[in-house]
Design a protein around this ligand. Structure first.
Ligand SMILES: *Cc1c(COP(=O)(O)O)cnc(C)c1O
Length: 426
């Protein structure tokens, strides 16, 4: 029998501890694991047997979390790492190389835009930014050196919803994997693999942990991509010198990307998630559906109230009928459009600064996906490094604040916004 989402978020990946019977997943606070004997050690190092060697690569607490997230996303396997940004590098690393590029959406988390437009150049990689509502433009941007297509499901910060099925079809036609950042939606609201995604990445820092305690990331592999269909992905299809010529895809099949992520990615890049963080995230995921349902319920109420406020120019929440992306909600994220949206104020930049300074219940922080309601003026903070054109394209124009709606009482969230908007428009 197959369990439902609410059952899996509590149980997937977790069994009573074989040594003690402990019901909750123990925090295996250990660096290394004792080998049974010399042959066992050799087999582990040759990837002939799966087991624990050293916690930079694998750890039982982290492994439970990997299995849980992979299960909730409907993937074949997952690799946890130290942050959402680490997950993006871990996802691209086996695919890319000097001179190669990734085609990415203009609508991304501000830090991802910086990572893709600036930092990856140091590896000789590059990114081509395209409006993902323009499918022809995506196809036109793909060239012989493209190795992946990257977007967010519900895009940060504007409440834009990507037509994942359509984008996946473009990537598929070009023989390329589609990587979807599912941070804002979580697998409760959207399951990108069902819409054709090859890999799903998360900042677990946000809704998955859900309470602002952890920095973490994960790469989930659908197991559906044929890495050997072309010669474009030699890290996965060709002999690996560091493992005596082993071919990951041939040897591990649908788990090739996951094994590569551990045996090469974590081993050599070292962006490892620690077991304590994995424990917090496992606990957070136990209540994921309950929290997301409340985030959505509150966001719908608050966004509708804000849309009717005289100081407000616009609210970009796909849950509102006025949103150009409202008709994608039912297909892409049927349980709701998430807890994140932006609000444009008629009073411009200065009104946004006053609003942020006048709120009491909201926290002014560079974070999202917390149980608490959060706000940030992106143009003066997270999107500060971007040009005004990039800011506007990313939904972070100077008169826009980004709001992450918490799970408090909706009436209290609205009352706080009401008193602060009165000051901002005075
Ligand atoms: C926060 C975030 C990231 C980066 O994650 P970190 O855990 O902060 O490294 C990437 N993508 C999205 C959509 C995010 O919200």
């Amino acid at each position: 029998m197959t369990y439902g989402f609410d059952t899996l978020q509590v149980h997937a990946g977790a069994r009573p501890d074989p040594a003690t019977g402990a019901r909750q997943v123990p925090i295996y606070q250990t660096t290394a694991y004792v080998f049974r004997d010399a042959d066992h050690a050799a087999a582990l190092f040759n990837l002939q047997e799966v087991g624990y060697i050293y916690s930079r690569l694998t750890n039982p607490t982290v492994a439970a979390l990997q299995e849980r997230v992979a299960t909730l996303e409907g993937g074949a396997g997952a690799v946890c790492c130290s942050s959402g940004h680490a997950a993006q590098i871990m996802a691209l690393f086996p695919l890319m190389g000097p001179g190669l590029n990734v085609v990415v959406s203009t609508r991304l988390y501000g830090g991802s835009i910086t990572q893709f437009s600036q930092t990856i150049k140091r590896f000789g990689w590059s990114a081509k930014f395209v409006d993902f509502d323009d499918l022809d433009a995506i196809a036109a941007a793909i060239d012989d050196n493209t190795r992946a297509v990257f977007c967010e499901s519900i895009a940060n910060p504007g409440g834009y919803i990507t037509d994942l099925d359509a984008v996946a079809a473009v990537a598929d036609k070009a023989g390329l994997p589609l990587i979807v950042d599912n941070t804002s939606a979580t697998p409760y609201l959207c399951r990108p693999i069902e819409h054709g995604a090859t890999l799903v990445v998360h900042s677990m820092t946000k809704f998955l942990t859900g309470n602002g305690t952890v920095t973490g990331g994960v790469v989930v592999d659908s197991g559906n991509f044929d890495w050997s269909a072309s010669d474009k992905f030699p890290s996965l299809s060709a002999p690996e010198p560091a493992y005596h010529g082993l071919k990951f895809h041939e040897t591990f099949g649908p788990l090739a990307f996951t094994f590569h992520g551990i045996a090469i990615g974590l081993r050599d890049l070292g962006m490892t998630l620690n077991p304590q963080a994995a424990h917090y995230t496992l606990m957070g995921i136990e209540t994921l559906s309950l929290r997301m349902a409340r985030h959505v319920e509150n966001a719908e109420k608050v966004a509708a109230w804000l849309e009717g406020h005289p100081a407000v120019e616009a609210v970009t929440y796909a849950g509102l009928k006025s949103s150009p992306w409202h008709d994608r909600v039912a297909r892409i994220c049927p349980k709701g459009a998430g807890g994140l949206f932006t609000v444009a104020l008629k009073g411009g930049y200065d009104a946004c600064m006053t609003l942020v300074d006048s709120l009491n219940l909201f926290s002014h922080v560079a974070n999202l996906g917390d149980t608490r309601s959060l706000i940030i003026h992106s143009a003066s903070t997270t999107h500060r490094q971007l040009t005004p054109v990039q800011q506007t394209a990313a939904g972070a124009a100077p008169n826009v604040v980004r709001i992450s709606i918490g799970i408090e009482d909706a009436k209290d969230i609205i009352a706080d916004l009401e008193q602060a908007l009165a000051k901002a428009s005075a």
